[in-house]
Write a protein of this length. Structure first.
Lengths: 433, 294
């Protein structure tokens, strides 16, 4: 069994190269068909994401698997790129390293953002695309099924995907800790800058009941409100907007706080002391820090949110070592399984061929000894012999299949050797488990 | 002895469920959640069978003794816990807060008197006695829910104010959710406690009028005083709920006070102050009881 992974990622190649190599949808299907045509004995899966383009190839025999140079030349040809410049960005993994690499990719250890959740879906999409094009065989089938399982396992057991890593998405998490549902809530955005827009983009996921934009420059406020299906409030009516709002995102460029503690105390009284969340992501701050001391008001500034991002990143990094340990364990298990299945498959074929040879030889002897048999009688005897052959081999075959598929529990090596020995099928491959 | 062993069986299962729920800081994944739910549900099924067997053997609702009342109260709380566990997102640690209350109630039950009150007996008095017990038990369960929700609110609010991450992987419901559960608990508890208490007062006056013996409760009985004080705290709590400036932490702290009064009225009076109310009878132990011993 031979494996090869060849490709580029955000570390090995600039965006321009990754863009040139990207293969989405029909382009990927076209590439898979071309690969199958060029290397008919091998299996292929193509993984293409924003930060990664990789070709995975596998074959039972070394001669059927394309080499790094063959695949590089093919990629260069397919993408109409000069092979030497492409080769300088490509990274290759062979055999065992391919399994470990794919598991790391699926578990997002190789991602630009550690623990990001999209990669697992992208690996699944790549695998399903290859299955649909008929370019996946038994090796890559097992490998990718295992990769998706390991990806999920790493996430659920290490917390690698826990906690958001951007200020805007952390703000959404905080909103969820304060409020339970948002359909009856009003989000007020003060200022119409990029940061406010980005935060609102994330808060919009919560489907708030109303979005209100308040800005000194009315034209920019109107544009922002149009983008998010909100309405505009003049800056002079800020106090009323604060009274109506449940979540406030403030991003103005004001030099001094635009809302004082006393001012907000009056606002909070008018709000009948409802819960309020204020996300003050302006620098300098728009809301006086003392506002956060009011009982039903949660005030987060940009430093608070950044500190949360840092804590989340730290938390994810703590999951790295356990994740690596899981991947290491799963890699050796998967490799052992793959080898056992290959060996068991080969042995099953040998066993079948051996039984066929013996049956044919004995039938011929029998026909020679009884030349007067009619064709119907010969067919009946042949049928009987094949039925006997299948009956005798049924249990050895089942035991081999079962041992190969549950190799994680029991080492099937002894059983495979025993079958070889009992049926005189020669020596098996060396034991690698 | 058999009773105590059975209580230990389901109390122990709840204890295991609590350990499982607390293991969230060490064990990730959904298996821990399923194990917690399975253990809680298993304990609750055994608990239900135990109560059903008791109803079968005494031919009445098990609210006649402190022991029985506490068992029923714990049973209601576990049912509420299971409901909230299923309704809340899996990371939310409902069991971490509810199960200790349940275990504490069961621990108190094992030490509680098992004799019922013998002051009145038979006829309509028995019926109203049972209603009195059921209403006060319902009120006590709702107060426990309000207490747990209030505690969750205060912890979550404090954490958010100080921008601290969740400790030991214990995620809490949103402030809005905790507040809703607290409000629901108070709203349900107040009428139940009020009507339960009024029926109790009616039974007490009825017993006095009919010249009951030495066991007739008086207005100065510690149990009666403690229950009246609890009602006053609850009335204040309900009032505070509708005053905007009291919303939030103040209402939650007042809920804690109400819960403390409840605990005192239920299990604190008997051991420390002499009462004619069924040898330190619980809120749920009504005059329906008839000197029953397990």
């Amino acid at each position: 069994m031979k494996l090869l992974a060849l490709g580029v990622d955000h570390r090995s190649a600039p965006t321009s190269v990754r863009e040139a190599l990207a293969m989405d949808g029909p382009r990927r299907d076209e590439a898979l068909s071309a690969l199958r045509g060029e290397f008919p004995g091998a299996e292929f899966v193509l993984l293409s994401t924003c930060n990664r383009v990789e070709a995975y190839a596998a074959s039972d025999t070394p001669e059927s698997l394309p080499g790094v140079d063959d695949l590089t030349a093919w990629l260069a040809r397919f993408h109409a790129m000069p092979a030497p410049s492409l080769a300088s960005h490509l990274v290759a993994h062979h055999d065992e390293a391919v399994v470990a690499h794919l598991f790391r990719v699926a578990a997002s250890l190789e991602s630009l953002v550690l623990g990001e959740g999209q990669i697992l879906g992208q690996v699944r999409d790549a695998y399903q695309g290859a299955v649909a094009r008929g370019s996946v065989g038994p090796i890559l089938h097992d490998l990718f099924q295992n990769a998706m399982r390991v990806g999920k396992k790493v996430r659920s057991e290490t917390g690698l995907d826990q906690g958001k890593l951007s200020i805007a998405s952390v703000a959404v998490d905080v909103a969820r800790e304060v409020f339970d549902h948002f359909a009856d809530k009003t989000v007020l955005v003060i200022g119409a800058g990029k940061m406010g827009d980005l935060t609102l983009q994330h808060l919009a996921e919560l489907k708030p009941g109303k979005i209100v934009v308040c800005n000194r420059n009315l034209g920019r406020a109107v544009k922002a409100a149009e983008r998010w299906g909100g309405r505009v409030v003049e800056f002079e009516r800020l106090n009323q907007a604060l009274i109506d709002a449940d979540v406030v995102v403030s991003t103005t460029a004001a030099d001094e706080p635009i809302v004082t503690r006393d001012q907000y105390l009056r606002v909070q009284r008018a709000r009948r002391n409802r819960l309020a969340l204020i996300l003050d992501i302006a620098v300098p701050r728009d809301f006086e820090p003392g506002i956060g001391e009011l009982d039903r008001v949660m005030l987060y500034n940009v430093d608070d949110l950044q500190a949360q991002v840092a804590r989340n990143l730290q938390g994810r990094k703590k999951g790295l070592e356990p994740a690596r340990a899981i991947i290491e364990r799963e890699t050796s298990l998967c490799l052992a399984n793959l080898r056992h299945q290959r060996n068991a498959g080969t042995l099953l074929k040998q066993l079948g061929a051996y039984a066929e040879t013996v049956s044919e030889r004995e039938l011929q002897r029998f026909h020679a000894a009884c030349p007067d048999l009619t064709d119907t009688q010969k067919d009946a005897v042949a049928h009987l012999v094949h039925r006997l052959q299948n009956q005798y081999l049924h249990h050895p075959r089942s035991a081999l299949k079962s041992a190969a598929t549950s190799a994680d529990k029991h080492d099937p090596h002894a059983l495979l050797n025993a079958v070889r020995h009992l049926f005189g099928l020669g020596d098996g491959p060396a034991h690698h488990s | 002895m058999v009773d105590r062993l059975s209580v230990l069986c389901f109390a122990g299962t709840y204890g295991l469920a609590l350990v499982c729920d607390l293991a969230r800081f060490a064990v990730r994944g959904s298996a821990r959640w399923y194990a917690t739910i399975a253990l809680t549900a298993l304990g609750w099924i055994v608990h239900t069978l135990y109560l059903a067997n008791r109803i079968w053997s005494i031919h009445e609702l098990p609210v006649g003794t402190v022991f029985e009342s506490l068992l029923v109260l714990a049973w209601i709380l576990v049912a509420i816990d299971l409901y909230l566990e299923f309704r809340s997102p899996r990371p939310v640690a409902v069991g971490v807060f509810v199960l200790p209350v349940v275990i504490a109630i069961l621990a108190a039950a094992t030490q509680a008197p098992r004799q019922g009150w013998t002051g009145w007996g038979g006829g309509w008095v028995t019926f109203w006695g049972v209603v009195h017990g059921i209403l006060l038990l319902g009120g006590a369960a709702a107060t426990c829910v309000a207490f747990v929700a209030g505690l969750m609110y205060l912890i979550q609010s404090n954490r958010l104010k100080h921008k601290r991450p969740p400790r030991l992987g214990v995620a809490l419901p949103s402030l809005e959710q905790s507040e809703r559960w607290n409000r629901g608990g108070i709203t349900v508890a107040f009428p139940l406690l009020t009507f339960g208490m009024l029926i109790g007062v009616g039974l007490m006056l009825g017993a006095k009028k009919s010249g009951g013996g030495a066991e007739v409760l008086g207005w100065s009985d510690p149990k009666v005083v403690a229950t009246l004080a609890l009602w006053v705290v609850f009335a204040g709590l309900l009032h505070a709920r509708y005053r905007p400036e009291w919303r939030g932490s103040r209402v939650m702290v007042l809920t804690m006070v109400a819960f403390a009064f409840l605990v005192f009225a239920m299990v604190g009076v008997g051991p420390f102050l002499p009462t004619q109310h069924g040898n330190g009878l619980s809120l749920g132990g009504g005059p329906a009881a008839s000197g029953r011993t397990p």
